[in-house]
Design a protein around this ligand. Structure first.
Ligand SMILES: [Cu+2]
Length: 415
């Protein structure tokens, strides 16, 4: 009797895990042990796991760009231990090359899904240390100010991917997957023509990776997944100015962005823009399971349905309503707005104001003048300038008000 497609796909995934283990040998023993856990799935759990893997696999097939990027990244027949760096990072060649030459590519999407399904957590982010210490996790307002540029034209970032509970409101702690322990990850600020040297070390059981939208670089090398305890290092030189997303690119990407692995990299142009108070807003959605052990885990099935529980700027719903952004009358304000998604745009609008200029692409090019609202697509970023000539309290919102109501709102106080 012919197997239904769903079962066939699931078994194929299992076989891929076995092949990967043989190919890579004992070099990454802990994650592979986790992968092979699912070779002995109890029948009672098989349906859920099978469904998850099938849906995750279908996801990559349904989005051609993502599917190509992810499914092309199968483990090679003869992988090398030089896949990753250890200890002090070593820069790749300036201008964009990643470490090494004969390296495995990013993890296969189905392999990574298998890792996700290897634990007792189901289709959620409640893995490993994501829930530990939740009760003592305090709320902090995410500072929206654009940080200063690094001196000398070289920005060196040595980050860790790790699981952590993050309090997003007084009554909600999410079991997050993070860059540097927070959601979103740190705001990166660089400039066209400068160099970013980036190292990601993975502290978590599940593979993770980094995809900078501000980079032009071979994604199979630079954006590949790394296993627990291992690192990847690469350099790039931003060509265009703008507000760009970064995110974990490990499959299913939906799960990794949806669980907190995203942020903004702001690339300033060489020629200065008009002086302004500059702020960064990263919109994201939260899809959360019911509370357990003091946290709410991110729920992959809810992500697929695209009806979020919360939508936020900088990782906390309505945080800038409680603690607004203050500027002075007569100042120009510049919002670098990024929509990390994973699935919805940000229809950015400031109530009672109009945008003097919106830059669709690299500022100072492509200016639109006198704009009321503009939609930033998921995976995109734009720059919004306004001249604060009138004093008052101005709500900045996602004018898709279902999402504004769920937390994509703040207050700009012009004093
Ligand atoms: Cu990840």
């Amino acid at each position: 009797m012919q197997e239904p497609p769903e079962v066939g796909r699931s078994l194929f995934t299992v076989n891929r895990s076995r092949r990967a283990e043989r190919a890579i040998g004992t070099t990454v023993a802990v994650p592979l042990a986790t992968m092979t856990d699912h070779l002995s799935i109890p029948l009672s759990e098989l349906h859920d796991r099978r469904a998850f893997l099938a849906r995750a696999s279908a996801l990559t097939l349904a989005i051609p760009g993502v599917g190509a990027a992810l499914t092309a990244c199968s483990p090679p027949a003869t992988p090398s231990r030089t896949d990753t760096t250890h200890g002090a990072p070593q820069a790749g060649a300036a201008g964009g090359a990643a470490q090494g030459v004969n390296q495995p590519h990013n993890s296969d999407s189905r392999l990574d899904s298998a890792v996700l399904k290897g634990g007792p957590h189901g289709n959620t982010s409640a893995t490993g240390t994501a829930t530990q210490g939740a009760q003592s996790t305090t709320f902090h307002r995410f500072a929206p100010e654009l940080p200063p540029l690094a001196p000398g034209g070289l920005l060196q970032l040595r980050w860790h991917a790790r699981e952590a509970p993050v309090r997003i409101s007084d009554d909600t702690v999410v079991a997050a997957w993070t860059f540097e322990g927070d959601v979103p990850g740190p705001i990166v600020h660089t400039r066209v023509g400068d160099t970013v040297e980036f190292t990601l070390t993975n502290d978590a059981m599940i593979p993770h990776s980094m995809d900078f939208h501000a980079a032009q670089i071979d994604p199979k090398l630079a954006f590949r997944s790394v296993a627990k305890g291992e690192s990847v290092t690469f350099r790039f030189t931003p060509k265009y100015a703008g507000a760009f997303v970064y995110h974990c690119g490990t499959a299913p990407v939906l799960m990794h962005i949806g669980s907190g692995m995203f942020g903004a990299i702001i690339v300033s142009p060489r020629e200065p823009l008009p002086p302004a108070r500059e702020f960064v807003l990263v919109q994201n959605e939260f899809y959360l399971a019911d509370a357990a052990n003091g946290t709410r885990a991110s729920d992959f099935r809810k992500m697929l349905n695209m009806v979020p529980d919360f939508v936020s700027f900088n990782g906390r719903p309505s945080q800038y309503v409680k603690e607004p952004i203050h500027v002075k009358r007569g100042e120009r304000v510049r919002f670098w707005v990024v929509s990390a998604g994973p699935s919805h745009p940000c229809n950015f609008h400031v109530v009672g104001e109009q945008f003097d200029t919106v830059y669709l692409g690299a500022p100072p090019g492509t200016p639109l003048r006198g704009v009321q609202t503009f939609s930033v697509p998921p995976g995109g970023g734009m720059v919004f300038d306004l001249e604060c000539d009138v004093a008052g309290e101005f709500p900045f919102v996602n004018h898709g008000f279902g999402h504004g109501q769920k937390g994509a709102i703040g207050i700009l106080v012009v004093e």
